[in-house]
Design a protein around this ligand. Structure first.
Ligand code: AMP
Length: 563
């Protein structure tokens, strides 16, 4: 049975599997390798995923949602047609669609997967991703860090040994990793990142700067106009590296404004974000104790690394340009597919070993006698960038006379004070009465390859152990909630695969129709009504042929202009 590798991206997702010729991507039902991570409900309450949903983002913004990966691990819910969805539920719908596509392509049931996550995802976010897999009916064999996946795919592809710097900037996150591939062992030396820096931030900055220049209040624009503006800035951003100036027709409801977007303008707007991306690069380099000259290759992952401004900044830091011959959009899914094959012990891959690191420091709080008003000090137990799996024990003593209870608080972060770090959970421990410092406890933290933390506390004098697998996470459901969620998902309506292709086409046609005028509008209307008539006849072969024609016609009309 095939275990698939999935890149569950903020903007797009992809999946791959292992073949005799190495990892390969699995096309979705539309024959495309990338499935937009967008989910919606139609008027009849049926679920729409991927491209068809993406086409509806503007016109049906109340029932369509994108970029929910950013909400993984939080308890934020999203309302679609009066139904509330959590980020894992929405992700599950994308995963389920990928699973179905893989099953159709491979011709067998797919029940297990390796899913990639940003290296900087914390414990909550990892749990949420695993949960999304379960809700989609997939056993998640392993969560793999995205940069690690990229390095595996790259290392295998190049059959090259050496030290790699992986820079991964997608729609919502930025990850930096340093890996060494030597003698069949892929070792992660350091990883760092920014969970809130990605392609969408550039678009946000462009929209804000533009509205600021034109002295238009964002809140004064209606949702549709604002979303159109976001889409225009998104496509302008994708072209900015190739075009010095772009003419854009802006519509703020009243008069239309013709506006020239120059590369210089973009550089000014984007520079603060580009500067932010330098911080994790520097941190990973110093954690790995390496100088730029010791990096053999720089590998780019994620759509946002296509920005020339980003590439030249990286070029300036390292004195050479990054490698660009591997597609940054699909390299993670390929690496996840290799990891999937490694786990299912595929013989072609026997001699590759993978090590990873814990991307953040895990510790506990200890009494701060110097300035108690500041709260507890953070005592690191597992230091960031330790190779995993890792298990570390530290012995602590009681802080007060006759203390009979101890609350061990578990934190993740890099700050000296616990209040500035992320609280993960706590363990309550009973201790025999004794003068302060007399009773001791051993605190053991174990962090595994999936990024799950296990805490064991042993009261030394009694040899009694209290254990906790960190689970008290917002956004992560109890078994009961999980059941309810599964029921809710089962009750959602799903369309047969044929009709999803049609939906994507019709949604695209409708969007184009709305965006066009005059002759072009009529042409689109004619194409759509002809297509409707063919669909009504329900002849599979005729529909297939028509799909191709409609696709081509709409694409050529779409590329006529890009307003
Ligand atoms: P991912 O999450 O890896 O799919 O990344 C998608 C992100 O890459 C989105 O924010 C896109 O806007 C961005 N992107 C894709 N192509 C380009 C491009 N040519 N130039 C700049 N950004 C791009």
């Amino acid at each position: 049975m095939t275990v698939i590798g999935i890149d569950l991206g903020t903007t797009n997702s992809a999946c791959g599997y292992w073949t005799e010729d190495g990892p390969k991507l699995i096309p979705n039902r539309l024959g495309e390798l990338l499935t937009p991570s967008v989910v919606g409900l139609d008027e009849a309450g049926a679920v729409i995923v991927g491209k068809a949903a993406k086409e509806r983002l503007i016109d049906h913004s109340g029932s369509t949602v994108a970029a929910f990966k950013r909400l993984m691990g939080s308890d934020h819910k999203i309302m679609l047609n009066k139904k509330l969805f959590s980020a894992p539920e929405l992700s599950a719908l994308v995963l389920r669609s990928l699973k179905e596509d893989a099953e159709a392509f491979l011709g067998e049931p797919v029940t297990e997967a390796v899913i990639s996550v940003p290296a900087y995802f914390d414990d909550n976010q990892r749990h949420a991703t695993k949960l999304a897999g379960e809700l989609a009916g997939l056993k998640v064999d392993r969560l793999i860090n995205e940069p690690t996946a990229a390095a595996i795919a790259y290392g295998l592809h190049q059959k090259q040994e050496g030290t790699f710097l992986i820079l991964d900037m997608g729609g919502g996150t930025f990850d930096v990793s340093i890996l060494e591939f030597f003698d069949g062992v892929m070792e992660v030396h350091a990883s760092a990142g920014d969970n809130f820096l990605g392609g969408e931030d550039f678009v946000e900055a462009m929209v804000d700067a533009l509205l600021n220049e034109l002295q238009i209040e964002k809140s004064s624009l209606d949702v549709r106009l604002l979303q159109t503006l976001y889409m225009q800035m998104e496509s302008a951003k994708r072209r900015v590296s190739q075009m010095d100036t772009q003419e854009i027709l802006l519509d703020f409801g009243g008069e239309k404004i013709r506006w020239s977007l120059t590369r210089d303008w973009f550089s000014r707007v984007a520079t603060p974000l580009i500067l932010r991306s330098k911080r994790p690069i520097e941190r990973a380099m110093s954690d790995a104790n390496l100088s730029p000259a010791q990096i053999d290759d720089i590998v780019l992952v994620g759509g946002s690394t296509r920005l020339a401004l980003f590439r030249s900044t990286v070029g300036r830091i390292f004195g050479r340009l990054p490698s660009t011959h591997i597609d940054p959009d699909t390299v993670v899914a390929l690496g996840a597919a290799v990891q999937a094959a490694l786990l299912s012990k595929n013989s072609a891959l026997d001699d590759m070993v993978l090590t990873d690191v814990c991307p953040y420091t895990l510790g506990t709080g200890v009494v701060n006698e110097d300035s108690p008003q500041q709260g507890l000090y953070f005592l690191p137990i597992i230091e960031r960038n330790s190779t995993v799996p890792v298990s570390v024990v530290r012995r602590l003593a009681t802080a007060a006379d006759n203390q009979t209870e101890l609350q061990l608080e578990i934190y993740q972060g890099e700050n000296r004070l616990v209040k500035k770090n992320i609280f993960l959970g706590q363990l309550n421990i009973k201790i025999p009465k004794a003068p302060r410092g007399k009773e001791e406890i051993d605190v053991r933290y174990t962090y595994d390859m999936n990024g799950l933390l296990e805490v064991d506390v042993t009261v030394v004098s009694q040899n009694k152990t209290y254990s906790k697998l960190i689970q008290r996470n917002p956004g992560v459901m109890s078994e009961k909630e999980k059941e309810a969620s599964l029921k809710k998902m089962a009750a959602l309506k799903f369309h047969p695969r044929e009709s999803e292709v049609n939906r994507a086409l019709i949604a695209k046609g409708e969007r184009l129709y709305e965006a066009s005028l005059g002759d072009k509008r009529e042409k689109i209307a004619a194409i759509l009504s002809q297509f409707d008539a063919i669909l009504d006849r329900q002849n599979v072969n005729e529909i297939k042929k028509a799909q191709l024609q409609v696709k081509e016609l709409l694409e050529s009309l779409d590329s006529e202009d890009w307003l």
